[in-house]
Write a protein that binds this ligand. Structure first.
Ligand SMILES: C[S@@+](CC[C@H](N)C(=O)[O-])C[C@H]1O[C@@H](n2cnc3c(N)ncnc32)[C@H](O)[C@@H]1O
Length: 358
């Protein structure tokens, strides 16, 4: 995803961006050996001289944050998902053949990139757009803590909601070991294997209102929106794809409005405390994408509203964002009155594995 600060960022060659992404696909708890192998092959093509893929990537900003290789492969993956590229689909990873057919895919993609269809060119003009529902498994710990501390039903407000999948958090089931969140009948489960220690969901209170905002929301209830979200998940990340498919089914049944508005304006307008409820602002993996002025305005609004919060009308912030070392995410809760911040867990960028802290 690009940021407004991108203009000042250094530009890289196509080979460098592809090598960067090749390495990125092998990091973390859910790597993509398939994409890594393909990015490596196309990087080698660029290193050996001019290649059609280099001209294609140059249609996007050539910065790290603009993620041109992920834009390109998002378009390709979308074409596979919507049956635009049936031959290529036969080379794609499946649960039966998780490695896929890298040689076959590479040959077909070289032909495709030499005369790219409109759908692939269109993808190069767009920021990759994701909504990772695995983050609900961590965010639920924060909401349970607010329920435990306030004993009040929750009004949930999320900024950077994307398609709003994490706004439907109480439609998913989390197994914390001794305590659980949600209904065991839910179509999407986060099992005890998602948590490295027992996770405490005791005292959770109901969510009685929910709403989100995003500058570029996706409608999770349409086929088009679903294909967009699926296309940016790497094709050999089967657990993520399975969770996303289940969350998309749930989204069609559970409404959650996402307003098109920048987070600072929206927080100012919407996040107002109400007696007998806990008003909660929630965000995950979105803070870094906002310019400083937008971040500062939200922080100032929260400080002002927090100072006016009472035990009867508390305000809370649940945040899942990179921790100080940036190697893991911090799941934290801040509660007003008082404004004390507590880090409840560390977790991966997509949620699990989640390490609840003592
Ligand atoms: C990496 S996605 C994360 C989406 C979601 N929070 C999740 O955890 O899956 C970041 C989201 O932040 C949104 N975003 C970026 N800047 C924003 C702003 N100023 N106001 C509202 N949303 C913003 C993007 O459009 C994108 O949907």
């Amino acid at each position: 995803m690009s940021t407004t600060a991108d203009a000042a960022r250094p530009e890289f060659s196509a080979a460098e961006l592809l090598r960067w992404q090749e390495a990125g696909c092998l990091l973390g708890s859910s790597p993509s050996p398939f994409y890594a192998a393909l990015f490596g092959r196309f990087a080698a093509d660029c290193e050996q001289g001019s290649a059609p893929v280099a001209d294609l990537l140059a249609r996007a900003p050539m910065t790290i944050n603009a993620a041109a290789p992920l834009r390109l492969f998002g378009g390709v993956h979308r074409g596979v998902l919507v049956a635009e590229f049936p031959e290529l689909a036969a080379t794609w990873p499946t649960t039966e053949h998780p490695a896929g057919d890298v040689d076959g895919a590479y040959d077909l993609l070289r032909t495709l990139f030499a005369s790219p269809p409109a759908s692939v060119l269109d993808a190069l003009s767009r920021d990759p757009q994701t909504n990772e529902v695995g983050r609900s498994a961590a965010l639920a710990l924060g909401l349970a803590q607010i329920g435990r501390l306030t004993r009040k039903p929750i009004r949930l407000f999320e900024i950077g909601s994307s398609a709003g999948l994490n706004l439907r958090i109480d439609s998913y089931f989390c197994d914390g070991g001794a305590t659980t969140w949600g209904s065991p009948d839910a179509a999407l489960h986060f099992g005890a294997d998602c948590y490295e220690k027992q996770a405490d969901f005791a005292g959770a209170t109901p969510i009685i209102e929910r709403r989100g905002c995003d500058i570029n929301p996706i409608d999770a209830t349409t086929d088009d929106g679903a294909a967009t979200l699926m296309s940016y998940v790497w094709p050999d990340q089967f657990a993520r794809l399975d969770r996303l498919r289940r969350a998309l089914e749930i989204a069609r049944a559970v409404p959650a409005g996402v307003d098109v508005q920048s987070a600072d304006e929206w927080v100012d307008r919407r996040v107002v405390t109400v007696p007998d409820t806990a008003t909660v602002l929630m965000h995950s993996v979105m803070w870094q994408y906002m310019p400083d002025a937008v971040q500062n305005r939200i922080t100032a609004t929260l400080a002002e509203r927090g100072a006016a919060a009472t035990d009867d009308a508390p305000l809370a912030l649940v945040s899942m964002e990179p921790g100080p070392q940036a190697i893991a995410m911090d799941l934290s809760v801040t509660l007003w009155p008082g404004g004390d911040r507590e880090v409840l867990a560390h977790c991966g960028g997509h949620g699990p594995p989640i390490e609840p802290l003592e």
